[in-house]
Design a protein around this ligand. Structure first.
Ligand code: CA
Length: 321
């Protein structure tokens, strides 16, 4: 079935500048991003405490079901449309590019678009001014929000230069407290051209877009070769990023610095998407036809009893562990 009646709505919530591109920092592992930005010797991130916190699972969406099933509407909203999303991205988001694969995962598919007679091309700020790809972006605003705790997903990255999968959080007050003041925590970003790198970033006022506080995790095998677990352990005045249980980035008020405001002690909602092209990920392979980004599950746990999840009764029930 041909589905090129591409949606005209730009965005259900009008966020076009969020998830602005990050610097392609290549610092591997335990350096302080802010120290690196300030040009001083990086300080080591504190080692993982000998007594790791006790995590208790409170909410998990597992994407188990027949192939083609849409993600639960009780939990997820769609952000729709094109326009570049503030980052010169080349995709338009639809309601039909995120489906269960039948093997227990949600598959977000980016697919090259061929416009036919009668189609209304989705506008994009690129050559020809039409979006070359369609994809999907899901978010939980108004349905699920978290404050502190462990937010985690097991995911398999797509293949292809120009792909840009992401798993991230935005401040729940974004409509009244515009980005970047609302805060943005990018739990995972990846770019197809550097398939071994994971980027974890905090964005806030004065440190957003290319000035986000970023660090990079290097995986010895390409991230698309298998599933990995991406998470943050988030407490008051502390965010720590992990891949497969390995700490690689930490942000606190002192990392943000006395000249900037730490904006992460607030409820935040979840977003999962795959962009194609844009300033962060770079050039798109002209031969790329499609790319698939898999999400086995997304979950929330408390850490030593700390952390809260709020939401509608239906959204909470949909993730009852
Ligand atoms: Ca699953």
């Amino acid at each position: 079935m041909k589905k090129h009646t591409l949606v005209k709505a730009i965005s259900a919530i009008g966020i076009t500048s969020a998830l602005a591109f990050s610097t392609a920092g290549s610092s591997l592992g335990l350096t302080s991003a802010s120290a690196a930005r300030a040009g001083v010797a990086p300080a080591a991130v504190a080692p993982v405490a000998a007594t790791a916190p006790t995590a208790r699972l409170k909410w998990k969406v597992d994407f188990t079901g027949r192939p083609g099933t849409l993600p639960p509407s009780a939990v997820f909203n769609y952000d729709l449309g094109g326009g570049g999303w503030g980052n010169n991205e080349h995709q338009a988001y639809t309601t039909y590019n995120a489906t269960y694969n039948g093997g227990g995962a949600l598959m977000i598919r980016a697919k090259r678009v061929t416009y036919g007679d009668g189609d209304i091309p989705e506008p994009c700020p690129i050559t020809g001014n039409v979006c070359e790809f369609e994809s999907a972006r899901l978010q939980t605003r108004g349905k699920i929000a978290f404050q502190y705790g462990r937010i985690e997903a097991r995911m398999k990255m797509p293949v292809g230069d120009g792909t840009w999968p992401a798993f991230w959080l935005l401040g729940n007050d974004i409509l009244s407290n515009a980005w970047p003041n609302c805060g943005e925590i990018d739990i995972m970003e990846a770019k197809g051209a550097l398939p071994n790198n994971v980027y974890g970033t905090a964005h806030g006022p004065g440190y957003s877009g290319g000035d986000g506080i970023v660090n990079t995790y290097y995986n010895t095998a390409p991230l698309s070769a298998g599933y990995h677990v991406y998470r943050v352990d988030w407490l008051r005045n502390s965010i720590k990023w992990y891949v497969d249980g390995k700490l690689y980035h930490s942000v606190t008020p002192s990392v943000v610095g006395s000249n900037h405001t730490y904006v992460f002690n607030r409820p935040m909602f979840l977003i999962m998407n795959m962009a194609v092209g844009g300033w962060f990920t770079g050039d798109v392979d002209p031969d790329l036809q499609k790319a698939d980004f898999y999400v086995d599950y997304v979950s929330f746990s408390t850490l030593n009893g700390v952390g809260s999840i709020t939401g509608t009764s239906r959204a909470l029930a949909a993730g009852k562990p």
